[in-house]
Design a protein around this ligand. Structure first.
Ligand code: SF4
Length: 462
């Protein structure tokens, strides 16, 4: 471990030393991102026999949804929010323009803690309505719109800061949750920071506006390395992937404790809503309900909801590809996603409340217990997004026979990880004997519920 930490510290210092190189890399990513986002949206839809390697639109689709997103998520679980600090084109553009903008202070409404949760919910739902994974125009609208918003916020607020990333980015809440699991983080020795020993380095520009001295976790840190070695108190260090969750609420005065928004986003968004979003296209419940409602509408001579005449930016509308959503489709997608979020998220919320009650505890234990489901939430996002990877590769003729066993292994591993964390949290809060077992039974049911949802998607319904 000491050797590993020495290596990591050198790596962190290297990030600080090579800030110019990193900025150059960011501009390369910006150019690549713009190319993949804008050019396919200007091209005609790919022909049915087109393939990834001979069609730019399909290639861009594969890179964005098949590689970029699943592996960005994976990188956050493995390395913390290195993606945000080093490579994210949106963050880089927002910071770049904020050096040249109005430099206003972030107003109070903008600092509301619920924006990342709300942003994630709205972009997920909207993305499903306009089929963001399938059409370049839709991807340009959502991702390009988000980039423009990030630049506008950067232009208005902060000076060389990333106000957008800190308060508004629709995926920052998800990234913050996943970063809890990172086995590396910039560790701050607060005592040493106060002593202020040499080297006397210039104060770092922490773009997401963190109080570096009091930072104790990887949740909000963008891992950009700009503060590495500051006052000889900040070091990139290894830690247990369970550390940040197990320590929540324990050390007095920690500044990164779980907020109710973390629990809300995890249960209702990352687990409940995301499962609905990945699932509705393969769900027989969705098809049955749609057929029943369509039949009922026809029998009652009511055809307006069956029209597929909404513009593409409101509901998927590509008649040339034989793919247009009716108003009924749109309403059912909204209904399915809401039901998935509320039923699954609500079920988990109830089970966690029951677990806390069984432990004979109250308050912050619920937040901490909910965080034990992060491995399951992260695994679900990875499974859902990588389903697109697998689907696109199968179109190319690859069998990928290992995909199902790999999914089963990932899911089983995530369930075991979440349960292990849950057991430790319950034990740390002093629940013994029957109380401990009853609380753990609630967690078993919660994991079982999520596992059952994924089983339906990948095995039960296929
Ligand atoms: S605390 Fe701020 S400056 Fe330091 S690595 Fe994290 S984001 Fe960068």
């Amino acid at each position: 471990m000491p050797q590993l930490n020495t290596l990591l510290a050198a790596l962190g210092d290297g990030l600080r030393r090579h800030a110019g190189l990193i900025r150059g890399l960011q501009w390369l990513v910006v150019a690549f991102y713009a190319l993949l986002l804008v050019v396919p949206a200007l091209l005609p839809l790919p022909a049915s026999q087109a393939r990834i390697l001979d069609n730019l639109t399909l290639l861009a689709q594969f890179i964005f949804w098949g590689l970029w997103w699943p592996f960005v998520l994976l990188s956050i679980v493995l390395f913390g929010r290195l993606w945000c600090g080093l490579l994210c084109p949106e963050g880089a553009l927002s910071e770049w323009i904020s050096w040249r903008g109005l430099g206003r202070g972030a107003p109070r409404w903008l600092r509301w803690g619920g924006w990342p949760t709300l942003g994630f919910i709205l972009t997920t739902v909207y993305g499903q309505l306009i089929s963001v994974y399938d059409y370049a125009q839709a991807a340009l609208l959502i991702l390009g719109g988000s980039t423009l918003a990030a630049m506008l916020v950067g232009f208005l607020y902060g000076r060389g800061k990333r106000i957008w990333c800190r308060y508004l980015c629709p995926v920052s809440g998800v990234f913050a949750l996943l970063a809890h699991l990172a086995p590396v983080h910039f560790k701050v020795d607060e005592q040493r920071w106060r002593e202020n020993p040499p080297p006397r380095l210039p104060p770092p520009n922490c773009a997401p506006l963190l109080d570096i001295r009091r930072m104790q976790g990887a949740r909000d840190c963008h891992a950009c390395g700009r503060c590495s070695g500051q006052r000889d108190a900040v070091r990139l260090s290894a830690r247990s992937p369970n550390a940040e969750i197990l320590l929540v609420g324990s050390p007095p005065g920690n500044n990164w404790g779980a907020s109710r928004w973390d629990a809300c986003l995890l249960l209702f968004g990352v687990i409940g809503l995301a499962m609905g979003a990945f699932q509705w296209t393969v769900s027989p419940w969705f098809v049955d309900l749609k057929q029943a409602l369509a039949t009922w509408l026809v029998e009652h001579d009511s055809y307006s909801l069956l029209q597929a005449d909404a513009p593409w930016w409101l509901l998927t509308h590509y008649p040339q590809a034989n793919d247009s959503f009716s108003w009924l489709d749109g309403l059912l997608i909204l209904g399915y996603l809401s039901a998935s979020s509320l039923l699954l998220g609500g079920g988990l919320w109830l089970l966690l409340r029951l677990a806390v009650r069984a432990m004979g505890r109250s308050g912050g234990v619920f937040q901490q217990l909910s965080l034990t489901l992060i491995p399951l939430g992260a695994c679900g996002l990875f499974l859902g997004l990588s389903a697109t990877t697998v689907k696109l590769l199968r179109y190319e003729g690859l069998a990928l026979a290992w995909a199902q066993p790999a999914r089963a292994a990932l899911l089983a591993g995530a369930i075991a990880w979440s349960l292990g964390l849950g057991w430790q949290v319950i034990s740390r809060h002093g629940a013994n004997g029957l109380r401990r077992l009853a609380a753990f039974a609630c967690l078993l049911l919660a994991s079982g519920l999520v596992g059952y949802g994924w089983w339906l998607q990948f095995w039960g319904w296929s």
